[in-house]
Design a protein. Structure first.
Length: 108
């Protein structure tokens, strides 16, 4: 095999990789979706067993639904019932309403 053929193959593959890398970088920049920071805070206050006994895939998904206001009953979290430690979540959600000012205050 000639060295020039090998060089061309390398340059073509390098060019394709560079174009795809730039495309991925641009896609990551333009299609970035910012997640509501309250989701992480509420998730940190849940027991984080990710057991799915609440009906959601894990604590992160339950926290998303609590923040959106889709889930009103914190008692669905069965491991959390043992601790009875839902007061910090209620206080946090009371103090941090949506951007438009709508509060989503869950109940026990």
């Amino acid at each position: 095999m000639e060295p020039l053929t090998l060089l061309w193959a390398f340059l073509i593959l390098f060019g394709i990789a560079a174009i795809l890398g730039i495309g991925l970088a641009l896609a990551a920049k333009f299609f970035y979706v910012k997640e509501d920071e309250r989701i992480g805070a509420v998730e940190g206050m849940l027991p984080n067993y990710n057991c799915g006994s609440c009906g959601y895939a894990g604590c992160h998904e339950m926290a998303e639904h609590i923040v959106k206001g889709d889930e009103k009953k914190l008692s669905k979290c069965k491991p959390g019932k043992k601790d009875k430690n839902f007061d910090p979540i209620i206080a946090y959600m009371t103090a941090h309403p949506d951007e438009d000012g709508t509060p989503h205050i869950p109940t026990i």
